[in-house]
Write a protein that binds this ligand. Structure first.
Ligand code: MOS
Length: 752
């Protein structure tokens, strides 16, 4: 509740489709991304990647490159400054243990094709690139394994699951193990999700600047300035406060900037070596090999149901690939354990190390892959039962979490399904596949649901009332594109009761108060709560200062009665009570009127099951002769609690739908196993949807607050925007054609 112009108004800015506060900066090119900072004496670095997938570097001839014009250094394992974090601290004489990020330039070992083996630093980018072409590397090749199918039998439990059988990655059985197998009505199928690559528009880039031998500044594309600060403080064994990380603008990431990668260390090494700031920006080709991807995943679902459509058994198994030197895992099977009522559920998750680089979370990590299998299997089961797949799902929605028996904090998946069905025109769907035509096109309808944990982590925010009556708020969160800053201003405007243009929100700098990295759909829940708490605390401070200075009217007031006006604070309902900012400052001994507030989740996390939910409906056309799939319409409905900004949240849902359409129809990173190298390494060969592939996407929100997850009622939106989209398309293709495609992407050759 806030007070605007002496009028009492209920949450007047939360829920608004407010324009992005940084929209103008972005569209006019004035927003500064990490590669765009200009530092005096800045040098440029170009990475050289290995051309074999496994083996050792036999020799490296850098003489010509070193003599090339403008070259300042050529750095490899032969001459790299030692990185303290690369040493095995327990046993300094031994090599570092496996199971940790790649140590760039540590030794001669090659773990994947295009692994950085050297970096050239020169006074200009062009000279660095030219010199990079002069370096001759010879390898002692060893046989590599990059073929998932040929190595599948080597898949194993993740270490975390071996150590802790209660881990979410460990094998799970509720009721009878593999119960579906002995049931009368059952299905069993295998599903394959190929490797996908994030490929945000902005390339990964970093400028490393050693301001002193133990003081490092990084302008870095990252989703976490604090996590990056910690990573490199540890890597270089310097105090955390000596590392400064700036990421004011991030041009998309989708998860690939949640991890720190070898190119960042390479730039820091280079800056150390040449004693100048060094800029390193990956090429688009390197974006396919050096900064993670959604791992190729094989899945198998067995499912059984009673004739009247009650689920009786689900067994869901998955194998995801990882690298040989680092274990990557994701929660591929989580939703099979909790989305639907089912007495007997078994899940088994394995990882398969291959001679490739490490995967990383990619939008809807795990769940987006898992939902393709689970939601396709539900469609297959419904078809076998001759039950409408929407009715089948509605029939099996649980009223509490079936995995642990806890109540949902909120769960409006049923509402999502009902509102989506109406908007797509589900009643036009024909039960018999291939029986619906519009002109020469086959018509199909499909749906897929999704869920993701409503995560919340501890976060801090700083708020200061400035002498001109504006409020400065700071948090070390980042904004990778969803419009975080805009949403924070809206939350603050309501908490303070002031107009948004009086608030300045600053982010993307490790000097600001601690915030988690922007990932796992948790920013609004975590940082939004901290911003709100800081604003309320600031008002309380104002009330206390006013009461101490000017007595009765303010002493009796509640903080929420304080109105922050131009030049003074006043009291709602008592306009004569007023005190100027100058007087308040005096009362505060001339100190800034500021607060630093921490907000953390509490006991409620133990008592409730907290998830966001979504459902996606698709209408497709499939050409019976060419196999072309044209998505006609997509409807996305989300239960994400309070929607802070219907415009930016709607944008986020549309973006998720586009990603899901890409996953369903075109995205596929193809390895040439002879070399263990990707052949798809540009947008000519790795396809993403273009405008002509994207139909109207209609977005609808349940928009009911979840006051258990956090005090602003939000649950998180980033992941559920994509989770369930791919199966909705695949199920629509089946409905149109009668062809069940279980290996993505659904390219025309699979349909003719
Ligand atoms: Mo997301 S995969 O949490 O950036």
């Amino acid at each position: 509740m806030g007070f605007i112009d002496d009028k009492e108004v209920e949450a007047p800015f939360v829920g608004d489709p407010m324009d992005r506060i940084d929209g103008r900066l972005k569209v006019t090119g004035t927003a500064t991304y990490s590669a765009e900072y200009q530092l005096p004496e800045m040098a440029h670095a170009v990475l050289i990647g290995s051309t074999v997938a496994k083996g050792r570097i036999k020799s490296m001839d850098t003489k010509q490159a070193e003599r090339a014009p403008g070259v300042l250094a050529v750095i490899s394992h032969l001459n790299s400054p030692k990185v303290p974090g690369h040493i095995n601290r327990d046993h300094p004489a031994e090599p570092p243990k496996i199971g940790q990020p790649l140590r760039v330039f540590y030794d001669d070992k090659i773990y994947f094709n295009d692994q950085p083996v050297a970096v050239v630093v020169a006074d200009t980018l062009e000279r660095a690139r030219y010199a990079a072409g002069l370096i001759q590397v010879k390898y002692k090749e060893e046989p590599h394994q990059t073929d998932f199918n040929q190595n599948k039998q080597k898949a194993d439990l993740p270490t975390q699951a071996k150590r802790n059988p209660k881990s979410g990655l460990a094998d799970y059985t509720r009721g009878k193990e593999d119960a579906y197998a002995t049931e009368a009505i059952k299905m069993e199928a295998e599903y394959v999700q190929p490797t996908e690559v994030h490929n945000p528009m902005e390339l990964q880039a970093v400028i490393a600047h050693w301001e002193a031998p133990d003081r490092l500044t990084l302008y870095d594309k990252t989703q976490g300035v604090k996590s990056t600060q910690k990573t490199f403080a540890e890597e270089w064994n310097i105090p955390v406060e000596n590392v400064k990380v700036v990421a004011t603008f991030v041009g998309g990431a989708f998860g690939n900037a949640l991890h720190n990668w070898p190119h960042e260390t390479a730039a820091i090494i280079a800056a150390k070596k040449v004693n100048r700031p060094v800029k390193l920006m990956l090429t688009r080709e390197q974006m396919f090999t050096m900064v993670g991807y959604r791992p190729h995943t094989w899945q198998k679902v067995g499912m059984s149901a009673s004739a009247d459509g009650q689920l009786t058994g689900i067994t869901h198994e998955a194998i995801g690939q990882t690298s040989s030197y680092e274990e990557f895992t994701e929660s591929t099977l989580q939703q099979s354990r909790m989305m639907y009522t089912c007495p007997n559920v078994t899940t088994r998750y394995r990882i398969l190390p291959l001679d490739i680089s490490t995967p990383i979370w990619m939008r809807g990590p795990g769940e987006a892959t898992g939902a393709f299998a689970l939601e396709s299997a539900l469609d297959e089961m419904a078809h076998q039962l001759k039950i409408d797949p929407l009715a089948f799902r509605l029939h099996n929605l649980p009223d509490k979490d079936p995995q642990n028996g806890k109540p949902w904090s909120t769960n409006y998946l049923r509402e999502c399904m009902e509102m989506g069905a109406e908007r797509i025109g589900w009643q036009e769907r024909k039960m018999q596949p291939g029986s619906n035509r519009e002109g020469e096109w086959l018509v199909g309808f499909g749906m897929g649901a999704g869920t993701f944990g409503a995560n919340r982590r501890g976060a801090k925010a700083y708020a200061k009332l400035q002498p001109n009556g504006t409020i400065l708020i700071q948090s070390a969160t980042t904004d990778i594109g969803p419009g975080t800053g805009t949403a924070m201003v809206q939350i603050a405007a309501d908490a303070l009761g002031v107009q948004p243009d009086k608030i300045r929100f600053e982010l993307g700098n490790s000097a600001f108060p601690d915030s988690p990295k922007q990932g796992g759909s948790s920013t609004i829940n975590s940082v939004g709560s901290a911003v709100r708490a800081a604003c309320l605390e600031l008002k309380q401070k104002l009330q206390q200062l006013a009461a101490a200075r000017s007595g009765t009217a303010f002493s009796a007031a509640k903080p929420e009665d304080i109105s922050i006006a131009d030049g003074s604070i006043t009291l709602a309902g008592n306009r004569s009570a007023s005190i100027t900012y100058a007087d308040l400052l005096k009362q505060n001994q001339g100190q800034d009127i500021e607060v630093l507030t921490t907000s953390e989740p509490g006991q409620e996390r133990e008592k409730y099951s907290m998830y966001s939910f979504s459902v996606h409906f698709a209408k497709v056309h499939v050409h019976p002769v060419t196999g072309q799939v044209l998505v006609q319409k997509v409807v996305c409905c989300a239960d994400a609690g309070t929607i802070i900004n219907t415009k930016t949240a709607g944008n986020q849902m549309i973006g998720g739908a586009v990603g899901g359409i890409g996953m369903a129809l075109v995205e596929d990173a193809v390895l040439d196993h002879r070399f263990g190298r990707y052949v798809t390494k540009d947008f000519a060969s790795y396809h993403v949807p273009v405008h002509a592939d994207i139909p109207p996407v209609e977005v609808a929100f349940v928009n009911k607050p979840d006051m258990i997850v956090d005090p602003i009622g939000t649950k998180g939106l980033g992941e559920i925007a994509i989770i369930g989209v791919a199966p909705a398309i695949a199920n629509a293709v089946f409905n149109a054609t009668g062809k069940r495609i279980r290996e993505l992407p659904i390219t025309p050759d699979k349909l003719v």
